[in-house]
Ligand binder design. Structure first.
Ligand SMILES: [Fe+2]
Ligand SMILES: [Fe+2]
Length: 312
């Protein structure tokens, strides 16, 4: 197997990794880690959408949500399929792994309470996915994933636009505007969390050296804020950050990261925390993780039982 240093040298001059034989041990390990987080996030994301279908007001919009669910399953399938190519037991990941071991972000383990929250999920959090996967799409040195992300990139763009168009309609009434503002008040900071630990706390990034991604966490977080704030400013919805002309970047209006109150579903802007606390919250996962993983597996058990009954 090629050494990581030798591989970095090849990658720096434009080498594209096509199969396991091209990889160093570190490359394979980090690729499997990133693909697992991506696959789990895409898969678990469908449950809060399915649950929130009850709040979607029209048949047209409900069908759009189902199309999004189908897309997310397709995105999960791509990542799990690539994991399979790398020798990972995907059945074990999906059907036998302990629910606590799924690597999706905390937000996916919550339930949404109204249609404004579902639309905000698309406008803000699908946008976070768009930024993260867009970075991989443009910069990854792993050829099979880069090619598959053409489809994902286009579809995530559609999810964001669906959220934006729904929100633009909703803010036309006072009641709708209040609901959107309430949703953004808690979901915006969830979006910041998506990009992970601040750069100054991280050691040298092997993922960057190995061309598995192209931008740092803070660079992507800034890109997300820029795009999100452009949209929120256009509809006069507030978020707790502002543009700093001197630093040429968005800065937080509160001590970020801060404490999340799970019971009241709001941020305690008066209680700053460390990044290790954020990571611990992610590791502890959210309140509906068990229920969602159970739903995922229930279907499988019924299906296997049907197959078995047919055979017998
Ligand atoms: Fe997706
Ligand atoms: Fe999406």
């Amino acid at each position: 197997m090629i050494s990581t240093d030798a591989l970095i040298e090849k990658l720096d001059s434009g080498f594209v990794v096509e199969s396991e034989t091209d990889m160093s041990e570190d490359y394979k390990r980090l690729l499997i880690q990133t693909l697992t987080i991506t696959a789990d996030t895409e898969l678990i994301s469908i449950f809060s959408i399915l649950d929130a279908l009850q709040y979607v007001p029209t048949l047209n919009r409900r069908i759009t949500e189902l199309a999004i669910v189908q897309d997310e399953l397709g995105h999960a399938h791509i990542a799990y399929r690539l994991l399979k190519l790398l020798g990972v037991d995907v059945d074990d990941l999906i059907y036998r792994r302990d629910a606590s071991e799924f690597r999706n972000p905390y937000l996916m383990d919550l339930k949404l309470k109204n249609y404004a929250e579902l639309l905000t999920l698309h406008a803000l959090l699908d946008r976070a996915g768009y930024v993260l996967l867009g970075d991989i799409f443009h910069h990854t040195s792993y050829g099979p994933w880069k090619r598959a992300l053409v489809k994902v990139d286009a579809e995530e763009g559609f999810h964001v636009r669906n959220g934006e168009s729904g929100i633009r309609a909703m803010v036309q009434t006072d009641e709708g505007r209040r609901m959107v503002q309430d949703a953004v008040d808690w979901m915006f900071v969830m979006g910041l969390d998506f990009f992970g630990m601040a750069d100054h706390l991280k050691k040298r990034s092997l993922q960057l050296d190995l061309h598995l991604k192209g931008e740092t966490n803070d660079q992507m977080r800034q890109r997300w804020m820029k795009s999100t704030m452009q949209f929120l400013d256009s509809i006069e919805i507030h978020a707790p950050v502002h543009w700093d002309g001197e630093q040429q970047q968005y800065v937080y209006d509160f001590p970020y990261p801060c404490e999340w109150d799970e019971t009241e579903r709001r941020w305690r802007f008066d209680r700053p925390v460390e990044w290790t606390d954020v990571l611990a919250r992610f590791k502890g996962h959210g309140p509906y993780r068990q229920e969602y993983v159970k739903m995922l597996r229930q279907g499988r058990e019924t299906y296997l039982k049907l197959l078995h009954d047919e055979v017998v």
